[in-house]
Design a protein around this ligand. Structure first.
Ligand SMILES: Nc1nc2c(ncn2[C@@H]2O[C@H](COP(=O)(O)OP(=O)(O)OP(=O)(O)O)[C@@H](O)[C@H]2O)c(=O)[nH]1
Length: 596
C-alpha cells in the first residue's frame, strides 16, 4: 500500500488534461506509440469528437521513480464540463490527491475552482501544474498569482510543464509520489469497496470501477450491494493499463474494475458500497449526492413506426448512463414518445446525438424545460417537468422555479458585459470580487434562464474568456404562466412553455414570428397564435400558397428544378402533422433559440 498513489486531474476543458494523461501513460510505458493513437482516455466517439470527457475512467500504471522503487499510480479521470460536476466529486473521493492543471496562457477558470474546492474539502493533496508553457503567451508567474488569489492555494511549487512536448512531465510523476500520500491502512479486513462508476459493456454486462477501501475482492467472492441488499458472484477483477487486464484480486487502497454479472447499471449504483455477503462490513461508505435530472424534454420519433426502436435505444443508453431518465409520453401533436430528463443541456445534446447517430433514429426534441414546483390549492406540491401537464390556473396556488448560484470568473474588461447578461436573465447579484487578474462575480439566477443559451452568451460577451460554475440553491415563487401555441386553433401541446409573466408577451411574439418563417406555406392560410389560457397574446398568419413552387422555374432549368424537389423532400423528413398542417422540426427547435 505504501507504493500506491491514487490521483485525479482537475482541469477546465481544453487546458490539456487528456494530453497530460497520455504523456503520463506513455512515460510509464502503458502503451506503445502506435497504441497511443489519439487520446486513449476519451473512449466514446462523441466525446472524442467534441473533445470533452464525460465518463470517469481509470488507468493503473507502474512508475519506476528516481528513488529506484516502482510505484503503482492509479489515475482516475474526471469530466470537465459543468453538467457533469457531480462525477468529479465521486472520482475525487477515490483519491488521496489531485493535479490541478491550469493552462498558463489562459489562467484559472471557474470550473476548476469549484472542483478544486471539492478536492480540498475532501482532504486531498492538490498539486498545481501549469501547462502549455511551450506557448509564447504562457505566463507562469501570472498563472501562479491567479491560483493563489482565486483559489487560495499555495502555488509557489507549481510545476510548469508542456504536455504537448513532454517537457518536465516527469517532475509531475515525482511530485505525485512525494507529495500525495499513500492510501491509509484500515484496521479491519472486512471488504468495503466504493463504486465510482458503472457502465454497460456489450460482452461483460455491467462493469464497475471500484476503489477498495478495506479488505480485498476476488473472483468467486459473493458480494453484497449494500443499498439494495442484493448479492452477486464476482466473475473477474482487474485494472485498466489502459488495456483491460485481469488480476487475481484487488486489495485495500487499489482502484480497479469488477464484473459480477449484474444486469444493468442500476444493479451497481454509483456511490454504493460493495462488501462480502458472508462477512459484511458494519456500515456502507458515505455515498454521493444522487444526481437529479434538471432539464427535461420530450423526444419523439419523426416516424411513428420508430417508437419501439426509440424505446429500445433509450433502454440501452440507460444501461450506461445512470443519470438519464425517461418515461413514455404522448402528445396530441407529436404522437408517442418519451419524456426524458438530463443533467443539463450538454447531456441532452449528447444523448440526442447518440440516438440519432448510433441508433439511426430521426427525432424531434421539444423545448427543454426545468423542473418547477407547483403548489396546488389543495395543499399538495407537484414536481412539474412538462408544461403541457400544468394543472388549470384555478388549481394552482403558486409556481416555484429553481434558483441557482452561479460563480463566474472573467477578465476585468468583460465584467460589464457579464453583469448586463446576468441582469437580463433576471439575475440578482450576490458579490463581486476583484482578484489578481480576474473578477469573480456571483449571481443568483433562475435555472430556466440559464439552461437555454446562457453558456453560449457568456462565452460570446467575453470573447470566450469567462467561465462559470453553478449549484442549485432553492425554489422561488414567481408570476409564471403557461404560453400555448395554437395552429389553426389546435394547441400544439409539445410547444407549451412555462415562462415568467414579464417575458410572456415578448416570448409569445417571437415564437409566433419564428414559427411563421418556418412553417411552409400550404394550400390554405395557417393561423399561428400564442395564448395564455384563453387570452391570445400574439398572432400571425402563413398565407396560402398561390403558385406551384416549380412554376417559378419556367420549365427551363432541370437541375434547378431537381434541387428544389430534393430540398422539399429533405424538409419532409422532419415534419410533424398538427391538424392539417405540417410543421418542420426547425419550428420546434425555434423555441430553443428564442432569446428570453
Ligand atoms: N501548445 C500546447 N498545447 C497543448 C498542450 N497540452 C494540450 N494542448 C492542446 O490543448 C488542447 C486541449 O487539450 P486536451 O488534452 O484535449 O484538453 P482536455 O483538458 O483533456 O479537454 P477535455 O477532454 O475536454 O477535458 C489540444 O488541442 C491539445 O493539443 C501543451 O502543453 N502545449
Amino acid at each position: 500500500m505504501e507504493l500506491i498513489r491514487n490521483f485525479s486531474i482537475i482541469a477546465h476543458i481544453d487546458h490539456g488534461k487528456s494530453t497530460l494523461a497520455d504523456r503520463i501513460i506513455q512515460l510509464c510505458g502503458g502503451l506503445s506509440e502506435r497504441e497511443m493513437e489519439a487520446q486513449v482516455l476519451d473512449n466514446n466517439p462523441i466525446e472524442r469528437e467534441r473533445g470533452i470527457t464525460i465518463k470517469a475512467q481509470s488507468v493503473s500504471l507502474p512508475y519506476k521513480a528516481r528513488d529506484g522503487k516502482t510505484y503503482q499510480l492509479n489515475f482516475i479521470d474526471t469530466p470537465g464540463h459543468v453538467d457533469f460536476s457531480y462525477e468529479v466529486s465521486r472520482s475525487l473521493s477515490a483519491c488521496e490527491g489531485a493535479l490541478l492543471v491550469v493552462d498558463a496562457a489562459q489562467g484559472v477558470e471557474a470550473q476548476s475552482v469549484a472542483n478544486c474546492y471539492t478536492a480540498l474539502e475532501q482532504g486531498l493533496e492538490v498539486i498545481p501544474v501549469l501547462n502549455k508553457i511551450d506557448l509564447p503567451t504562457a505566463d507562469i508567474e501570472k498563472a501562479k498569482a491567479e491560483i493563489e488569489a482565486v483559489i487560495g492555494l499555495d502555488a509557489s511549487d507549481a510545476i510548469p510543464v508542456s504536455a504537448k512536448t513532454g517537457q518536465n512531465v516527469v517532475e509531475v510523476l515525482e511530485a505525485i509520489i512525494h507529495r500525495i500520500p499513500p492510501p491509509k491502512p484500515r484496521d479491519t479486513d472486512k471488504l468495503q469497496a466504493l463504486i465510482i462508476d458503472s457502465w454497460f459493456d456489450n460482452y461483460l454486462g455491467v462493469v464497475s470501477l471500484v476503489r477498495v477501501m478495506q479488505g480485498e475482492i476476488k473472483p468467486g467472492d459473493k458480494i453484497l450491494v449494500m443499498s439494495t441488499g442484493r448479492t452477486h458472484l464476482v466473475d473477474d477483477v482487474g485494472v485498466f493499463t489502459p488495456k483491460r487486464k485481469k488480476l487475481d484480486k484487488l486489495s485495500a487502497g487499489e482502484v480497479g474494475w469488477i464484473n459480477a454479472s449484474i444486469k444493468d447499471v442500476h444493479g451497481a449504483p454509483v456511490g454504493d458500497t460493495l462488501t462480502h455477503a458472508g462477512k459484511p462490513a458494519e456500515a456502507p461508505l458515505p455515498g454521493f449526492q444522487t444526481m437529479q435530472p434538471r432539464v427535461f424534454a420530450g423526444l419523439f420519433p419523426v416516424s411513428a413506426d420508430d417508437y419501439p426502436a426509440l424505446r429500445e435505444a433509450l433502454d440501452k443508453l440507460r444501461l450506461n448512463d445512470a443519470a438519464m431518465f425517461f418515461e413514455p409520453e404522448s402528445s396530441e401533436a407529436m404522437g408517442f414518445g418519451f419524456r426524458c430528463g438530463f443533467l443539463g443541456m450538454l447531456h441532452m445534446e449528447i444523448v440526442q446525438e447518440r440516438l440519432e447517430r448510433e441508433y439511426d433514429l430521426d427525432l424531434i426534441t421539444t423545448a427543454p424545460t426545468v423542473v418547477y414546483e407547483v403548489a396546488k390549492t389543495d395543499g399538495t406540491v407537484l414536481d412539474m417537468d412538462n408544461p403541457a401537464k400544468l394543472p388549470p390556473p384555478q388549481m394552482i396556488a403558486e409556481i416555484r422555479e429553481p434558483i441557482i448560484v452561479a460563480t463566474i470568473l472573467t477578465p476585468a474588461e468583460y465584467v460589464g458585459n457579464v453583469i448586463k447578461l446576468c441582469e437580463e436573465k433576471r439575475g440578482v447579484q450576490r458579490s463581486i470580487q476583484y482578484l489578481a487578474t480576474q473578477v469573480q462575480v456571483t449571481y443568483e439566477l433562475p435555472l430556466a434562464e440559464v439552461v437555454l443559451d446562457f453558456f453560449d452568451r457568456l462565452k460570446s460577451v467575453s470573447r470566450g474568456y469567462a467561465s462559470m460554475d453553478y449549484h442549485l440553491e432553492r425554489f422561488d415563487a414567481g408570476p409564471f404562466v403557461r404560453v400555448d401555441i395554437l395552429i389553426n386553433g389546435d394547441r400544439v401541446d409539445a410547444l407549451s412553455l412555462i415562462v415568467h409573466r414579464s417575458h410572456a408577451d415578448r416570448r409569445g411574439r417571437e415564437l409566433v414570428e419564428r414559427m411563421k418563417d418556418l412553417i411552409p406555406r400550404q394550400q390554405f392560410d395557417v393561423a399561428i397564435q400564442a395564448a395564455i389560457g384563453a387570452a391570445v397574446i400574439a398572432r400571425s398568419t402563413v398565407k396560402a400558397l398561390r403558385k406551384n413552387v416549380l412554376a417559378k422555374c419556367y420549365g427551363g432549368d432541370i437541375s434547378r428544378k431537381k434541387k428544389l424537389l430534393e430540398k422539399q423532400k429533405e424538409g419532409k423528413k422532419r415534419m410533424k402533422q398538427v391538424g392539417s398542417v405540417e410543421i418542420p422540426q426547425e419550428a420546434f427547435l425555434a423555441v430553443l433559440k428564442v432569446d428570453k
